[in-house]
Design a binder for this molecule. Structure first.
Ligand SMILES: Nc1ncnc2c1ncn2[C@@H]1O[C@H](COP(=O)(O)OP(=O)(O)OP(=O)(O)O)[C@@H](O)[C@H]1O
Ligand SMILES: [Mg+2]
Length: 234
């Protein structure tokens, strides 16, 4: 059923549940994205100016869609949406999948990414959440490391836990900013020019903690950053 505009605004504006707002924003955004794609793929020739405008609108729409998905995840972790049940997941294989899905970005920036081979580590999490965690942390490592840099993902057993480290050879984060990077919408100096929203690591932290795990970050300006996460073994 197609909700009226007023109903939508009421739902977004007066309902305190972020999950509802995020959810309601997804549909019109998907419609806008589809319409732009149709215009770009259409038979009629477009002027260079129109095409550039449409491409830029498409980019912005996609980033709004990502942001609403993130908001939905935050809402879910806060209990506004029932959380998904946990399952046993082969950790290294999932990380490899995430790295493969980023191959275009890795290739374009000529980055060297390695994932330690481990076929014995099984953690307790939900697949979509775990993908979001590694997507955010690995994209950060790629985004904040100059071209031709390195990202290394390694695993360690630690009793009933599995420790994963994502280390890059990038710009690093200064001491004053480091304690704040897990806060919502916080961006350190190195990211002022980037299009990010500053939400990624706060979502990662909430997700990791929702599986009974923990996360920490170490960094040195000009040398690189290491994100260390611990998950419960399944
Ligand atoms: N690997 C890294 N190297 C250097 N700085 C980093 C790294 N990871 C995170 N940061 C810093 O921490 C800040 C917070 O990261 P976070 O992922 O939450 O936000 P973001 O990347 O700016 O935006 P997005 O919401 O799109 O992820 C970043 O803005 C950046 O300044
Ligand atoms: Mg990020």
């Amino acid at each position: 059923m197609n909700r009226s505009c007023a109903d939508r605004i009421a739902l977004i504006g007066f309902n305190v549940y972020p999950a509802d707002a995020a959810h309601e924003l997804r549909t019109p955004l998907a419609v806008i994205q589809a319409q732009i794609e149709v215009l770009l793929r259409g038979r009629e020739p477009l002027s260079a100016k129109t095409k550039t405008g449409l491409v830029s609108m498409l980019e912005e729409t996609k980033s709004l869609t990502d942001m609403t998905r993130d908001l939905l995840l935050v809402a879910r972790q806060n209990g506004a949406v029932p959380s998904k049940s946990l399952e046993a997941i082969l950790l290294a294989a999932l990380v490899v999948e995430v790295v493969e899905s980023l191959s275009l970005m890795i290739h374009e920036r000529d980055m060297h990414v390695t994932v330690e081979e481990r076929s014995d580590l099984v953690v307790s999490a939900d697949r979509e959440g775990l993908r979001r965690i590694f997507m955010n942390v690995i994209v950060n490592a790629l985004k904040y490391t100059p071209a031709h840099g390195q990202v290394r993902i390694a695993f360690q057993e630690d009793g009933s836990r599995v420790c994963v480290s994502v280390k890059d050879t990038g710009q690093g984060i200064s001491k004053e900013h480091l304690p704040h990077v897990f806060e919502r919408f916080y961006k350190a100096d190195n990211a002022r020019q980037s299009t990010g929203t500053g939400l990624g690591l706060s979502i990662v932290k909430e997700l990791v903690e929702s599986y009974g795990g923990s996360i920490s970050i170490q960094s040195q300006i000009g040398r690189g950053t290491a994100v260390i996460m611990k998950f419960k073994r399944a």
